[in-house]
Design a protein around this ligand. Structure first.
Ligand SMILES: [Zn+2]
Length: 246
């Protein structure tokens, strides 16, 4: 088989992975799946929502056998074209975060989302829990995100946990599912309402005075009330909601 050349154009915020040079040329000596060629450029498949080969939409398995122009698009809900050829799920609400994303995991739990997180987890464990519990993988490790068993996932662009939180909310369409104060920050189990009298003896004096509503973790027993941190985050979310819906 003669070698051939493909030209890849990366659109939208996929520039995060390929840098300012959005067009990449690849010489291939054998049949290669379009997914492998895209990932060889540093773009993990869960970030790719639409692939056009010479203007025609294809799946990840599509085999490249001759010269072609390839356009690669990120998740962009606003684009009306090729709706039925999209490769990603937009709405998803079960996650697993890698060991470096502890603050992001905590933020998402604070907003009520189900996020498995173990600071010590090795890659193999992460992938295993992800697959068996059908979770989307959150990681800034591109190699990990490229693993073939990953179906849904996202690489937070920002290094700041609060911005990462907003990114994940946008990417997975979580605005309407936000339910603060419903999940344990420590162990991810759901919280239940509990009478003040039942937790009175475990509270600090000021907490006893200023707060009347309490919840208890059904997993580890931790007690929660709506303190100042929570109201700060709530304010920021209201702002973001307003911005994103314009
Ligand atoms: Zn707990």
């Amino acid at each position: 088989m003669n070698s051939f050349t493909v030209w890849l154009n990366f659109h939208g915020d996929l520039s995060f992975f390929v840098g300012s040079k959005r067009s990449i040329e690849r010489n291939l000596g054998e049949k290669t799946s379009v997914k492998d060629v895209i990932e060889s450029c540093g773009v993990p498949h869960p970030e790719v929502d639409l692939i056009l080969v010479n203007g025609r939409p294809v799946r990840f398995e599509h085999s490249l056998e001759c010269s072609a122009e390839i356009d690669v698009f990120p998740v962009q809900k606003q684009s009306p074209q090729f709706k039925e050829n999209r490769l990603q799920i937009y709405s998803f609400n079960r996650f697993i975060a890698d060991g470096h994303l502890g603050k992001l995991a905590r933020n998402l739990r604070l907003l009520g989302f189900d996020v498995a997180y173990d600071r010590q987890a090795q890659d193999r464990q992460l992938l295993q829990v992800m697959a068996s519990e059908n979770r989307a993988l959150l990681t800034r490790d591109r190699r990990l995100l490229m693993h073939s068993v990953v179906r849904h996932g996202y690489c937070p662009r920002s290094q700041d946990a609060d911005e990462q939180t907003m990114e994940v909310i946008r990417r997975f369409d979580l605005f309407d599912s936000i339910a603060p104060f419903t999940r344990c920050l420590r162990c991810n189990a759901p919280l239940e309402k509990v009478a003040k009298a039942d937790v009175m003896e475990k509270l600090e004096p000021l907490t006893r005075i200023y707060y009347d509503e309490f919840r208890r973790c059904t997993g580890c027993g931790q007690i929660y009330w709506a303190g100042s941190h929570f109201s700060k985050l709530q304010k920021r979310l209201e702002q973001l909601r307003a911005n994103s819906r314009g």
